[in-house]
Design a protein around this ligand. Structure first.
Ligand code: TXA
Ligand code: MG
Length: 323
């Protein structure tokens, strides 16, 4: 049985007790719900891979209550410190070399000599991390390859019975995963667009190299970034200019007419609002499909700017050929 905990003092205390005992607890952050484990325990971290049925080669993000704690485990360069000062707590994960003596399980790095660290901007998550003292490794709290959860119910839908508890802190305000930057080499590289825009990052540290990993399948620098990821059950058709009765429509701005079902990401064509609703929308249309006999999700075009880049990244992965 998976316990559903309130995001209050008692709920957080219970979550901490479970995590300290090596159990898995899902918790809300500003981006998506994470599936947390004591990052210093090999056994607890291994449990994450089992619960998610995640391929073992995919490294996890390590969560901290503040930048000082994060930089005790990795070697931070000047750029990392500037970014932390500007954007932490917030939706930015930085991959940096593991510091000698770092007690985080090697499983979290999945064979890399770097560790991705982040300080989430979320009261419940920060309260949990402060009480835990040790870092918490947490991938998104979904089965591997599925859409990330942005509510406690989404977590339960995928992982009930496989994890000890979920703290229900309501819907995640950003709705997309953190931006992942590799700062372990001389030049910074964007590994995953996300909740913090590349424009904001470049305003602080200058040019950041983009690596388009959407079509790569070989040795990935960030192994989680497989072409097909964030996949709903239905096939996905991008940049729809019209829609058919047998299709569900994911609408951006005023919806096209004629779809079998519609989910509105944002009536006002607001990118931030659309990001917050993206994963809930894909899930909702999957659910509608079963009862309405729909065969595909048609997606209206989303502008490639600001957080729209991260939305389009997730949509392209959702539309990519499935393995
Ligand atoms: O917003 C988020 O980042 C959420 C919340 C829970 O914090 N977490 C999340 O974790 O999305 P996950 O495991 O679903 O995605 C982590 C991504 C993967 O693409 C993984 O390959 C990459 O970060 N990553 C983790 N550690 C890395 C490392 N040391 N070097 C390169 N990439 C890394
Ligand atoms: Mg994920």
């Amino acid at each position: 049985m998976t316990e559903l905990l309130q995001a209050d003092t008692a709920g957080i205390a219970r979550a901490v007790a479970l995590l300290r005992a090596g159990e898995l607890v899902a918790f809300g952050t500003e981006t998506v719900y994470g599936l947390g484990a004591d990052a210093t325990s090999d056994r607890a971290v291994a449990g994450i891979f089992v619960a998610k049925e995640r391929p073992r080669f995919n490294p996890l993000i390590c969560h901290y209550a503040d930048g000082e704690a994060a930089f005790a485990d990795v070697v931070a360069n000047a750029q990392a410190r500037r970014l932390a000062a500007a954007f932490w707590p917030g939706p930015l994960s930085m991959a940096l070399p593991r510091r000698q003596g770092c007690t985080v399980s090697l499983l979290v790095s999945a064979g890399l000599d770097t560790l991705a660290v982040r300080v989430p901007a979320h009261d419940t998550a920060l309260a949990l991390l402060r009480e835990m003292v040790c870092p918490v490794a947490a991938p998104s709290a979904n089965c591997s390859g599925h859409v990330s959860p942005t509510t406690a119910r989404h977590v339960m839908d995928g992982l009930a019975g496989r994890i000890a508890a979920v703290i229900d802190s309501g819907p995640c305000p950003v709705g997309l995963e953190s931006t992942v930057l590799d700062l372990s080499a001389a030049a910074p590289v964007l590994l995953r667009p996300g909740g913090l825009t590349i424009e904001a990052i470049e305003a602080v540290i200058g040019h950041v190299r983009r690596v388009d990993q959407t079509h790569r399948t070989g040795a990935l620098r960030s192994p989680g970034l497989l072409a097909s990821h964030y996949a709903p059950k239905l096939p996905v058709r991008l940049d729809a200019m019209d829609v058919q009765r047998n299709e569900a429509l994911l609408a951006f701005g005023p919806p096209l007419q004629g779809a079998g079902a519609v989910f509105k990401l944002s009536d006002a064509a607001d990118l931030t609002e659309a990001a917050a609703h993206l994963f809930a929308g894909l899930r909702k249309l999957d659910e509608d499909a079963a009862s309405l006999g729909l065969e595909r999700i048609a997606v209206m075009p989303v502008p490639e700017q600001g957080i729209g880049r991260a939305i389009n990244d997730r949509l392209r992965r959702a539309a990519a050929p499935r393995p």
